[in-house]
Ligand binder design. Structure first.
Ligand code: PAF
Length: 282
């Protein structure tokens, strides 16, 4: 197992082992790895000559200092999990200094409006930070394929847009959400939940499934009202948003169209931990 902490060491190694035909698969993560991340790695291992996994808690995508500070950092455990899966994975775990070289700032991106919806509206600057780090990582790793989880569906669409706009030579793949047995979407942030909160948080997916079933007969407005009402009755939860949006543009669904694909997107706090999830509605 190779672990690189400096981009210069990783690029030197890749230069040594790759020919122009080598396919590199890349899984960018912020660590605190779970089954969802491992499934992305499995996908990459199946389809590429080499797989690189980055573990880097990117400061520029946090709009809340406390969230950044409390983000779980579990490098040793992460490396154990990766080794159990495959000893051939190359791990890249750089420092903030190595990635940002003394200028820990994001650059502004234009994602044709995808950035103004949902997460973008509630976490100002978040997607500039994501674009900044993902672009830097793509430039270092130069992957053929990159794998992202659909739990962060908006992020996935944004990364695809960035790749298209900057004409980056990488195929971006979205992979299905992995869930706990109670339906809670796997997330590194779940580590911050008590056992009780984890159990209670099953309500999120249960409500998304109910919303999906209602969406067959009801308008988006009615389904949104149903979800808002469900969470109002549960004081342990603070619903930040539930939106029904067009998968391609992420614009809110005003009137249902048979030709569009819709998704329900939710952000909710439980015990001060912010969780997001989404579900395909048609
Ligand atoms: O989804 C994440 O874990 C992060 O946003 C990513 C893509 C690794 C960029 O820091």
């Amino acid at each position: 197992m190779f672990i690189f902490t400096k981009k210069s060491d990783l690029t030197a190694h890749l230069k040594q082992i790759c020919t122009p035909k080598t396919k590199i698969g890349f899984v960018p993560t912020m660590g605190a790895l779970h089954q969802g991340h491992l499934s992305l790695m499995k996908e990459s291992l199946k389809n590429n000559s080499y797989t690189v996994v980055s573990i880097f808690v990117n400061p520029t995508q946090f709009n809340n200092a406390e969230d950044l500070e409390k983000y779980p950092r579990t490098l040793e455990r992460d490396v154990e999990k990766i080794t159990e899966l495959s000893k051939d994975i190359l791990v890249f775990a750089p420092s903030v200094e190595d990635m940002y070289e003394g200028n820990t700032k994001s650059i502004p991106f234009n994602y044709d409006g995808l950035e103004f919806q949902m997460e973008g509206a509630h976490r100002p600057g978040h997607f500039d930070g994501v674009g900044t780090i993902v672009k830097k990582l793509f430039e270092i790793v130069q992957p053929t394929n990159a794998y992202f989880g659909e739990k962060d569906f908006q992020q996935l669409q944004i990364v695809k847009k960035m790749v298209e706009k900057h004409k980056l030579p990488v195929s971006v793949h979205g992979c299905p959400i992995h869930r706990e047995t109670n339906g809670l979407a796997m997330s590194s942030r779940n580590e911050r939940l008590s056992e009780e909160a984890r159990n209670e948080a099953a309500l999120i997916y249960k409500t998304l499934k109910a919303a999906k079933s209602k969406f067959t007969k009801h308008s988006a407005k009615e389904v949104i009202a149903f979800v808002e009402d469900t969470f109002k009755k549960r004081p342990n939860f603070q619903l930040e948003y539930f939106e029904i949006a067009d998968e391609a543009t992420l614009l809110p669904c005003k009137r249902k169209s048979k030709t569009k694909k819709y998704r329900g997107f939710i952000a909710v706090f439980i015990n001060n931990v912010r969780l997001i999830d989404n579900i395909s509605l048609n």
